[in-house]
Write a protein that binds this ligand. Structure first.
Ligand code: ATP
Ligand code: MG
Ligand code: FE
Length: 338
């Protein structure tokens, strides 16, 4: 089965073709990042318009690179949430129109379940059950993947997402957008024990996260240093902030894997390409005898290959979606809309 995947939930227009759920025949990603950089974040209205301009060519390129034409595609999958509603509607409407005109099945895919599924592409022998830490620009979740297409939320952030915290702290110390990769890089030159920022473990045995207190602590630290006219070591701030984030993510992920009795821990989403998170999880998992997996950087950030993969397993399990499926901006993990 060849699935054409289409992703337009935020600021990447992407199309991909996947064979039998695991083999990437093409994965074309057109990023709008240079346009949104000027504004320090994604401007929804601009994102929608850019998707409209790009989507036809991106899909055509995905087919060309796979050496296929429309008639060779078996299923068309598109993200229908969560994300920016105007942006989602572009890829979703395009996919539904294509499915109707080609008389092929259409399936709507959950973007976050797509991020998790990137691990199936990166590790072709991976099978559920496993626990996945999802750390993206808008979401932070600990998810128990019970089976293909079956997800159970173990924990979630109560305020900011991990990626959001990275981006906000990056902005505060004068780095560009998106800030995650820049903090990752700068932190390598800093001392992670230089400044003691808080770690939010919340109640005993909670698998939830909170990053807004940490963000405030960093801002307060910067203000205090500025008021006292003291010089700020930005690399130390980056490293110390990152350590506060990573320590909690690592501890809770390991505890969740043990709690669920699984032998595999995966990570997914943009922050899953963070080098310190990968290093510390690698070490801890080794010690605990847990297999630790992560997708390569291209598959961590937004791409359509992960959508085609999740679409493949959903289609096998649940069949096609109706062509009346609407975009759902705040779609939950494991939720299936008609
Ligand atoms: P969501 O998937 O929740 O809807 P999104 O699609 O915008 O949000 P992703 O594309 O998965 O998010 O990830 C983008 C986020 O990942 C940004 O916040 C970015 O700063 C962060 N990020 C990317 N690389 C790194 C890195 N090396 N270290 C830390 N954060 C990173
Ligand atoms: Mg993006
Ligand atoms: Fe994403």
């Amino acid at each position: 089965i060849k699935v054409l995947g289409i992703e337009t939930s935020c600021d990447e227009t992407s199309a991909a073709v996947i064979l039998n759920g695991r083999k990437v025949l093409s994965n074309v990603i057109s990023s709008q990042i240079d346009i949104h950089k000027k504004f320090g974040g994604v401007v929804p209205e601009v994102a929608s318009r850019k998707h409209v301009e790009a989507v036809c060519n991106v899909v055509k390129q995905a087919l060309d690179e796979a050496g296929l034409s429309f008639k060779d595609i078996d299923v068309i999958a598109a993200t229908y949430g969560p994300g920016l509603v105007g942006a989602l509607l572009v890829g979703l409407s395009y996919a539904k129109g294509l499915a109707l005109s080609l008389n092929k099945p259409f399936i709507g895919v959950n973007h976050i379940e797509g991020h998790i599924s990137a691990n199936y592409i990166a590790h072709t022998n991976l099978e559920p059950p496993f626990v996945c830490l999802v750390v993206s620009g808008g979401h932070t979740h600990l998810v128990y993947v019970k089976d293909y297409g079956e997800y159970e939320i173990i924990g979630r952030t109560r305020d900011d997402a991990a990626g959001e915290a990275y981006d906000k702290v990056a902005r505060a110390i004068g780095l560009g957008y998106p800030g995650g990769p820049l903090i990752d890089k700068l932190a390598k030159e800093g001392d992670k024990n230089a400044i003691k920022f808080p770690r939010a473990y919340l109640e005993d045995e909670s698998f939830d996260f909170s990053f807004s207190g940490l963000k405030s602590a960093v801002l307060n630290y910067l203000n205090k240093m500025n008021m006292q006219g003291l010089e700020i070591n930005r690399a130390d701030v980056a490293a110390s902030f990152q350590q506060s984030v990573v320590e909690v993510l690592v501890d809770k992920s390991i505890t969740a894997a043990k709690y669920k009795g699984v032998d595999t821990l995966c990570i997914a989403g943009g922050v899953a390409s963070n080098s310190e998170l990968r290093n510390q999880l690698e070490k801890r998992c080794k010690k605990e005898g847990i297999r630790f997996l992560y997708p390569n950087t291209i598959l961590c950030t937004d791409n359509a290959a992960m959508i085609a993969c999740a679409g493949y397993y959903d289609y096998i399990k649940y069949g096609p979606s109706k062509l009346s499926l609407n975009a759902v901006a705040s779609l939950k993990i494991g939720e299936r809309c008609e």
